[in-house]
Each structure stands twice: as structure tokens, then as C-alpha cells.
Design a protein around this ligand. Sequence first.
Ligand code: ZN
Length: 399
Amino acid sequence: MSRKISRMHLRWLIWILCFFGWRSHRNRLEKIGMDGIRPPYLLLCNHNAFMDFKVATRATAPHRVNYVVAIDGYLHREWLLRFIGCICKRKFTRDITLIKQLKTVVGNGDIAAIYPEARYSLCGTTAVLPDSLGKVAKYLKVPVVTLICHGHHINSPFWNLHDRGVKGTEATMKCLFTAEQLKNSSPQEVNEAIRKEFQYDDYRWQLQNNVHVRYGRRAEGLHKVLYQCPACGTEYRMTSHDSLIECTQCGKRWNLDELGRLSAIDGKTEFSHIPDWYEWERANVRKEVEAGTYHFECDVHVDTLPKDRYIPLGKGRLVHDMDGFTLKGNYDGSDYEVRWKASELYSCHIEYEYLGKYGDCVDLNTLEDTFYIYPENCDFSVTKFALATEELYSHHLRQ
Ligand SMILES: [Zn+2]
């Protein structure tokens, strides 16, 4: 009983904190088909920034929600997150325990909230969704509700989290399937409906809604996503400052205007829409994968997170090729090797300038551990790792 009461006190605190979050951005919340929908239900949210969580809290109030949280969300505050009912998961692993925990949540009459993209979107568009969602929804036998936010990437993009003070962000909460409709739908139909609902493009939203970002350094960090020059094709030579992104190989520069459009300072504008540039990079990675030539190898620094404390593993060697990732190193006098097969990894999580420690990293999970892998002394892009992981998985599916 005392645990229940303290959980309620904490919930009020969270509501108050979140209220100030969404109010400062004047978020507009629209609910579609939600009349008569009461917990328990499955809530699927898109993921662009921490603001998503605040909007979700407002949208679901006053009901209890259990959020599936990635392991790094637990760092140094595991007790707090467990206390308010978060469920821990390592990203991009097939975790049967999680399904059982979700069943318990809906069994308790609560809301089970998942961010199925499992990472912040890199450029404000949909990230890959797991194929298992339809089956999970059918297994839970509760309504499927989506919450899609618009403008959160524009306000605080993953590649430069500075809060740009965007006002009038939007969110749509929609009941996709009632429990009855779910019963009469196949897992594939559920998946298709979820994928359709999850189509979003924050830069298009910005333009359509005439949202001006007046922050002078708005392009800083954009080269983390746009790592390949469309003019000369060179990789890893892009840089950015103020409102400019430029190629240090050929010298071409592009300006990012207040409405999120790129234009070349001189000559042709290859891509005015950031997600188009990103998809062009993906297409180039796909060509390497289809030709069977994709290969990357370099020295790395490795940290792991077996529980709630980082453990430095020191130096290692990372190979990413047609077979997937292989990490080799030596810890405490013993050699180790960890492999993540391309056919079993549909996506991976990356971080830019993670915790201000060693720079950009890719984090790869086993069921028991998370490896934070920082390439060193080489030209690389963790964005390319993410694109290659997705393209390798698709390639293996087609085989
Ligand atoms: Zn260039």
C-alpha cells in the first residue's frame, strides 16, 4: 500500500514537470477515435526528442503508464525508473521477458508505452520499425493507440540537441485498432497500419507550417548525418558551423535557411530537403552491400554497461562487413570476441558525441550487456554504420 501511495505522489510530480515542458512549446494535441478508449492499451510513439515523453505523459493523463526504457535511460537512476514503473530493455535485442512484462502491464489495467523505433530519428523521418509489432499487439489483445509528434526534431535535432524554442509543435493520438478490430486482423495487417501511421517527416512539417528557426548556429552538427558530399562524392569530409554545412574536400557549401531548406552557396543545389540527402547516402551504401563490397575496419575504444555502471574495456578492433559486426579485444588479460550477425540485426543505435566522452559511438547489445564502441584514429561515420546495418539486414532477407 505504501508503495502505491508513493508511486502516485511521484506521478503527480512527473505530470507537473511535463506540463511545463509541453506548455513552453505550445504543443497541440489532437485525439482521433479515442472516445471510449480506456486503459489498458498499447501505446506506440515516435521518437525524436525527450519532449515526446512529456507529450505522452500529458496525452495519457491521468492514467498509469509503463514505458519501455532503453538500458542507458537507467544509468545512475535505475531505482527511480523502476519506482515509477519503467521496463528496461536493451535496444535491438529479441527479448522474450519484455513481452511477458508487457502482458503483466496490460493485465494490471495500465498503458504499455513503447517507442518502437528504439532510437531518436536521425533526420526527423521514420526509423525502421520491428516486424514483431503486429504479433505483440495481437498477443496483448488490447487496443493499439499511436502517438505521433511533429516538430520535436526541428526543435531539438538528434545531431544538435540545443533547444530552438519552436512553438506550436503538434501531436496526434489515434486509436488504430480497438480490441475487437484487432481480433479480426492479421499481424501483417496490424504491421501495415502501424507503418502507415508512422510515416512522418519533420522538415516537411516545418515547411508546411512555416516554422522559422532563427537560431544562428542551426546547422552545427548536421554533418554528422550528412557525412557524404553530393558534389564530389567524398565521405567523412563534411563539416558544419553556423547555418552552413560544407565539404572540406571540394569546398562546396550549403546554407540551411530558417525553414529547414538547404541551398548551395555556389552552383547547383543537389538536395534542398535534408531527408533526401540522407536517403541518397543510404542508396550509396545499398550499392556497396549489393555489390558485396561493404567493409569497414578500425581501432576502437570500448565501454560496456552490464548493469547501471560503465566498465571501460580499453582498446579493441571493430570490423563491420557483409557478415555484420565483429568486436575483438583483450580485457583483464583475456581475449574476447563478440559478433552481431547481419541477418539478426535489423538496425543499430548510434550516438553523436556521446556523453561528451570519446566522440561518436555505435552501441551494440547482447541480452546481458551493452557495448559502446568508439572508433579511433580513422575516418568514419556512425551514421553509415546505422545505414549499413539496415541495408545488410534487408539484403540478407532477400537472399
Ligand atoms: Zn565535396
